[in-house]
Design a protein around this ligand. Structure first.
Ligand code: 6PG
Length: 239
């Protein structure tokens, strides 16, 4: 049984991937704003999305976006200060929030300043209480098939109740706070964005091998569209 996203979009180059995915998101956001008067988006961490955020927050796209209707949440966060080099919030701040002058009240970071990661997770869960279903969750894929901080062989994969949980990632020797499957899978749309030859092996394993459920990302099944957006290098092993 192969794993099939609802939409699999392959862009010729990584530059084109960021342009195509940015336009895709803006179009969808405008539909959500027209329908609901707001666009709620969960941001991915890591390094890949930074260029997407810059594409959104700079000319020409930035001028076409009604930013006051966009609200930003986070799919996961490293248990570090928000000004730490590893912080997903810091990456979004420099690539998106500051360049686009996003209103502070539209930015909803995962807190990392409580005593324990568990307290931070509980606090974020409370803050998400009035957003039971995000319009869009942006996610990446790790070479081990993780997404957000849903890493292989971690307890968070079995979380069925909580929408946000703390997870110790042994191989990184770090605590993280992450949205869980229950929360992500009740959201309207998920876009999984990945690029580069170093992801081609995991992409092939997931899309073309018979045991995709070995990889956490394959259990992401939103209420609405599941879109995979790759560049050619990430897809090359599938061709
Ligand atoms: C994080 C992300 C993580 C990321 C993947 C892919 O906090 O690191 O949430 O899930 O999306 O590790 O990272 P790259 O896009 O940098 O390869």
């Amino acid at each position: 049984m192969y794993y099939k996203p609802d939409q699999l979009i392959i862009s010729d180059t990584s530059e084109q991937l960021f342009l195509d995915s940015a336009k895709n998101i803006v179009e969808y956001a405008n539909q959500c704003i027209k329908k609901n008067g707001v666009f709620n988006m969960v941001l991915a961490g890591g390094s890949t999305p930074e260029t997407l955020y810059r594409t959104l927050s700079h000319k020409p796209l930035a001028e076409q976006i009604p930013w006051s209707y966009w609200h930003f949440y986070f799919g996961d966060e490293r248990m570090v200060a928000h000004d730490h080099t590893d912080s997903n919030y810091a990456m979004a701040r420099r690539s998106l929030f500051d360049p686009a002058s996003i209103p502070e009240q539209n930015i909803h970071p995962i807190p990392t300043d409580r005593e324990t990661p568990q307290e931070c997770a509980t606090l974020y869960e409370q803050r998400l209480a009035n957003i039971p279903s995000q319009d869009l969750v942006l996610l990446g894929i790790g070479q081990d098939g993780h997404t957000a901080s849903l890493f292989p062989d971690t307890d968070i994969l079995n979380e069925k109740q909580k929408n946000v949980a703390a997870v110790f990632v042994k191989k990184l020797n770090t605590w993280r706070i992450s949205l869980t499957y229950p929360y992500i899978n009740q959201c309207q749309r998920v876009m999984i964005l990945s690029k580069g030859g170093d992801k081609s092996a995991i992409v092939k394993k997931i899309l073309q091998e018979n045991s995709p459920d070995l990889y956490p990302v394959t259990k992401i099944r939103p209420a609405g569209q599941l879109i995979w957006h790759l560049d050619k290098d990430a897809y090359q092993a599938c061709e």
